[in-house]
Design a protein around this ligand. Structure first.
Ligand SMILES: [Zn+2]
Ligand SMILES: [Zn+2]
Length: 427
């Protein structure tokens, strides 16, 4: 990927923000496993490294260690887990204990494996490389990582990788569920960008059209490949991987997660925390996010269809009901996030006056529910709450109360200012 071109295009951006990122090299292509050593050597990656992977990711990356050794890397330090599904603080500490005397950490895999290494690299100030094995979510280029501590997932400060390498031969053969999850994480960008624009309109929150467009271009590319996602097709796996990396870079360019994440990510997060607290496997990130996106697109389109005008007033949230929807452990955070609460920043008059513009943005920016469901099915995504094991009760709790987990404007957070019952919009 030509990273310099992206930075060049955003030089002197009219938004006034200086757009930068730390990632220096992204190489996605066929046969990259054998070239990984040379790529890292050329990038000046330290020669003494810690390799972190799991049984699966190490097996599919056959030839990687040899390639590194041939290029002069000392690969004697390895940490190989069985099957890594959760990124926990204990694992961050394990990586850190082993990484103290190396110059860099190479994470072989995706998701949780990358996340623990990303945090460790940041905390120990080590160079960081990802050798990606599946196009499963858009966090590759991220500089934060969700880590579980005491059954709760918190976003930790982390290091953006200096180098990202992916071999399309490996990506294409990745499990279908993971490839479809990557697609599910990408369709969320429709809502991420739209919520960002709505907040900009109502609260003046910083917004950059150029970075939003970068994300939307990556999304369009993915959607055009929907029918090839589940095939063992190197070209489409590579293109989707590129779009996922780009979406992560866009967050760094914007200095916030706005371009990549809207109400659907928070809804998915609500379902996930609820399950984690009960020791239930919450499903892959992009799989849940895809389902949440479909539900939210339905809600946004329905509110635009059914409310041509609105009467707005101060927020009438019933706080007792909100607090009852969270566990003891979550409550202090939820209370803090709502004191003050984000709707304090929204002038009811402006909301009323902007409603037509918001409706037009919904029609312009979002696909219809039917269209989105069609492409997601083509891409092999889960499309119903049942498929991600969300019961009707948990579904309703999430739909009603997810908003209160962020200090952020997302469209459904405005409904208590408009006397709109969000559950009336899910069908
Ligand atoms: Zn800009
Ligand atoms: Zn995501």
């Amino acid at each position: 990927m030509n990273l310099k071109k992206y930075l060049k295009d955003l030089e002197n951006c009219p938004c006034g923000h200086t757009h930068t990122f730390d990632t220096e090299v992204v190489e996605i292509g066929s046969g990259m496993t054998g070239k990984a050593g040379q790529i890292l050597a050329d990038a000046g990656f330290p020669k003494k490294v810690l390799i972190v992977g799991d049984d699966n990711t190490m097996k599919v990356s056959k030839g990687l260690l040899e390639s590194l050794a041939d290029a002069g890397f000392d690969v004697s330090k390895k940490l190989v887990y069985d099957n890594m599904k959760y990124a926990r603080v204990e694992q961050v500490r394990e990586v850190e204990a082993l990484a103290k005397d190396v110059g860099g950490i190479i994470s072989v895999g995706t998701g949780s494996l990358n996340d623990i290494c990303r945090v460790s690299s940041y905390e120990l100030d080590k160079k960081f490389c990802i050798f990606a094995t599946a196009p499963s979510m858009d966090g590759f280029a991220s500089d934060t990582a969700p880590i579980i501590e005491n059954d709760f997932k918190i976003s930790w400060k982390a290091r953006q990788p200096m180098v990202i390498i992916a071999d399309t031969k490996i990506l294409a053969k990745a499990p279908t569920e993971l490839k479809s999850a990557g697609f599910g994480d990408m369709v969320a960008k429709y809502l991420g960008v739209l919520d960002w624009k709505i907040s900009n309109l109502l609260t003046g929150e910083y917004y950059c059209p150029a970075v939003a467009q970068l994300t939307l271009d990556a999304l369009a590319k993915c959607v055009s490949l929907a029918d090839k996602v589940t095939a063992e097709d190197e070209e489409s796996a590579g293109a989707i991987m590129e779009a996922l990396v780009l979406s992560g870079l866009a967050m760094k360019l914007a200095g916030c997660s706005r371009p990549a994440s809207g109400s659907e990510h928070v809804l998915s997060h609500y379902w996930e925390c609820y399950k984690l607290a009960r020791g239930i496997w919450p499903e892959f990130h992009g799989k849940k996010v895809g389902v949440a996106t479909l539900e939210m697109v339905k809600i946004y389109r329905n509110v635009a269809d059914r409310y041509e005008t609105v009467k707005a007033h101060a927020d009438t949230t019933d706080w007792d009901k909100v607090y009852a929807a969270f566990s003891e452990k979550q409550l202090p955070d939820v209370k803090k996030l709502n004191d003050p609460t984000i709707t304090d920043k929204v002038d009811p008059k402006l909301l009323e006056e902007s409603w037509e513009q918001i409706r037009q943005m919904i029609y312009h920016d979002l696909p219809t529910e039917e269209e989105l469901r069609r492409v997601m099915k083509l891409a092999g995504c889960a499309t119903t709450p049942e498929e991600i094991h969300v019961t009707p009760e948990l579904y309703e709790l999430g739909i009603r109360y997810h908003n209160y987990m962020r200090y952020r404007i997302h469209l459904p957070r405005l409904f208590p200012m408009l006397d709109i019952d969000v559950m009336s919009l899910v069908k």
